[in-house]
Design a protein around this ligand. Structure first.
Ligand code: URA
Length: 241
């Protein structure tokens, strides 16, 4: 038995906070009865209905996508643009774990498992998000140190990070830098480089935890196997407990 708001959040329908709001507004029914109380516990056999939508007790699925450039990381788009969810052939209601910008490529997880999604996104879980950025200008060791120690992004210092120079190209005046972070603030990588005076020309997320997209073509995706899912849970839980 689990709390109603947790079951709703874990289904991926919405966040726990929003689920609580829906319950308080009288929009959630359990076995046909409107529930206003936040603490009630439900079992997998209970039928949960949210504003007319019946929450299905679906099996959890986990996809790793090599996101192409020019696709939005969302479940739908009011301008009718293609989303990352449209790239995956499934009838299950999945959603992206975190966000990659329209022009960012690389590793993106999509799932209907809200619990794992939240754990991965939480900085406390210390899940590696490894980015490779092509930046304008030749970066120096001092700037790399600044990235490692944290820089101000929207007035808040970023956590410690790993950063290393992979390559320079004096001719085009560009550098390639690998940056590993555990946070997932909006446009964080681009803003971190901006904070030390560089513009990001290209950005790819190479890896999330142990999951990389090295052997996947742009737009390719695959299901995670149960061992990988267990390993992901273990990586998050070791840090948060
Ligand atoms: N940081 C960014 O700036 N953009 C992304 O897409 C991901 C991380």
């Amino acid at each position: 038995m689990e709390r109603l708001q947790k079951v709703i959040a874990n289904s991926g329908y919405t966040s726990r906070r929003k689920a609580e709001e829906l319950i308080s507004k009288g929009l959630v029914k359990v076995n046909g009865e409107i529930i206003y109380e936040l603490g009630i516990k439900v079992s997998p056999n209970d039928m949960i209905e949210i504003d007319g939508y019946i929450l299905k007790n679906e099996n959890k699925v986990y996809y790793l996508l090599n996101k192409p450039r020019g696709i939005i990381t969302s479940t739908s788009d009011d301008k009718g643009r293609k989303t990352v969810v449209d790239l995956i052939n499934t009838n299950v209601r999945i959603y992206p774990v975190g966000r990659l910008d329209y022009d960012t490529t690389g590793a993106l997880l999509l799932t209907n498992d809200g619990e794992l999604a939240n754990l991965i996104m939480h900085p406390k879980s210390q899940i590696d998000k490894v980015y490779v950025a092509k930046i304008k200008g030749l970066i120096g060791k001092n700037q790399i140190l600044k990235l490692q120690n944290g820089v101000l992004v929207d007035g808040i210092k970023t956590n410690k990070a790993k950063a290393r120079i992979l390559n320079y190209d004096k001719k085009s005046d560009t550098s390639i830098v690998e940056l590993t972070i555990h946070e997932g603030r909006n446009h964080q990588v681009k803003k971190m480089f901006n904070a030390i005076g560089y513009d990001v020309l290209k950005l790819k997320r190479e890896r999330i935890a142990f999951l990389d997209v090295k052997n996947m073509k742009s737009g390719d995706y695959r299901l995670l196997n149960p061992k990988e899912v267990k390993k992901l849970y273990n990586e998050t839980k070791n840090k948060t407990c």
